[in-house]
Write a protein that binds this ligand. Structure first.
Ligand SMILES: NC(=O)c1ccc[n+]([C@@H]2O[C@H](COP(=O)([O-])OP(=O)(O)OC[C@H]3O[C@@H](n4cnc5c(N)ncnc54)[C@H](O)[C@@H]3O)[C@@H](O)[C@H]2O)c1
Length: 276
């Protein structure tokens, strides 16, 4: 099923737009002729990005963990452009370490941004989209990490698994009421971005965890990661094709995920990549 939403002349709202993945999405949406509403905590980078785009852009500094901030974002988007065709619930943070050493604050913050931030976006935008009655599409950013348990990334992978479930339930709900709103779950990685910059919250980070994060960073910065613009190309192709799972075939993920599902069905203990 291909998507019927309006690209040229339509409006895209992007949270986490100042970051790597979000910036790529903004540039691609601008090339398609969309008006843009850019949201992030980092307002300075948002204005720099806005200045570089050849389209109408509204910048709304936003903390996605606050429901009122998403209400404000939706109000401002409709007031300025009169419509929202595409919403990217994309803001996200990393949190790493041995599970028993991660502070409740850091663990909670990861859920507040990665999961509740999406719920806040859905609560603010879906009622308005339903009222508008025109085709719209929502993309929730998850991660391949949500499919595979990874030692030292329990908060992050738990939030991303939650994003699948939330999105699949939402997809079913919108189908139940025949809403003209499509849903996709985006698994962008690995993409060169700032996400592994400070994954330890206020905990400092155990040296073993630090070494693990440094190795991932080096791999993504080397030839292990695609650019945000390449990621955005794949994402928009997925939206245009009406894909629920925007997830490239992967020699890394596919066999391990199959093994995981079969292991669950056979009631075997998990095989954890990186801890065999
Ligand atoms: N880069 C990858 O390899 C990769 C892989 C899988 C999934 N992802 C996901 O892609 C999304 C974007 O991440 P990225 O890789 O571009 O990282 P990034 O750190 O470059 O960008 C994330 C952006 O989110 C913003 N942000 C953080 N907390 C926020 C809040 N409370 N409110 C509003 N904005 C907030 C940050 O300021 C930043 O600009 C995230 O959801 C991430 O989990 C990234």
């Amino acid at each position: 099923m291909t998507s019927k939403i309006l690209f040229a002349g339509g409006t895209a709202v992007i949270t986490g737009a100042a970051g790597g993945v979000g910036g790529g999405l903004a540039r691609k949406a601008a090339v398609l002729g969309m008006n843009l509403v850019l949201a992030d905590l980092d307002s300075e980078s948002l204005y720099t990005l806005a200045d570089s785009l050849d389209t109408e852009v509204l910048v709304v500094p936003t903390d996605v963990t606050h429901p009122a901030a998403l209400e404000n974002l939706a109000n401002q988007a409709w007031n300025r452009f009169g419509r929202v065709d595409l919403l990217f619930n994309n803001a996200g943070i990393m949190c790493a370490g041995f599970t028993w050493e991660i502070s409740p604050e850091a663990f909670g913050r990861c859920f507040a941004v990665n999961v509740l931030g999406i719920h806040n976006g859905i609560r603010a935008f879906v009622p308005r989209m339903l009222k508008a009655g025109t085709p719209a599409h929502i993309v929730n950013t998850a991660s391949m990490g949500g499919f595979l348990p990874s030692p030292l990334l329990s908060p992050y992978t738990a939030t991303k698994s939650a994003v699948f479930m939330l999105s699949e339930c939402l997809y079913g709900e919108l189908k139940m009421i025949n809403a003209p709103i499509g849903i996709s779950v985006l698994h962008p990685g690995p993409v060169q971005s700032g996400i592994f910059g400070s994954p330890f919250g206020d905990g400092g980070g155990n040296p073993v965890a630090r070494q693990f994060i440094d190795a991932i960073n080096q791999q993504i910065a080397g030839d292990g990661g695609i650019t945000p613009d390449q990621s955005a190309e794949l994402t928009f192709a997925g939206i245009q094709a009406g894909e629920f799972w925007i997830l490239a075939e992967s020699e890394f993920l596919d066999p391990r995920f199959r093994e995981r599902v079969e292991g669950i069905l056979e009631r075997r203990p998990p095989k954890i990549f990186g801890a065999e």
